[in-house]
Design a binder for this molecule. Sequence first.
Ligand code: ZN
Length: 122
Amino acid sequence: MTDLDVLEKVKNIIGNVNISKPYKPKGKETYKQTYKIAIHGAKAIGWMQTIYLFLSERRQQKIQECITSFKNKKRIPRPQRGDVWGPKCHPNRKRITFDFCQSCYMKEYRKKKKNLLEASLC
Ligand SMILES: [Zn+2]
């Protein structure tokens, strides 16, 4: 989009997104500078559903395709930008693996290593 003020309004509504640096398509020197905002995943699906009724039939159909494809994808759920999902062991700490914080991960690692060592000695 070429209107920065419109994108700033959108940014204020959506919140927690960045507007890209201005750019021009290569070889299109007469074009205006362009900006963009990108949101992904569940947040994007939520916004698509919010504006769905205001869009044309063609775009509504595209949104339905996006939602179907999003639901059918197999993925590990990730937190949205700005959100933090803690580990299962200590939800307030930083997550190192899917389930563990750093100290619990190291405890598990040492326990496994010790068990392997004991198994090899017997
Ligand atoms: Zn932990």
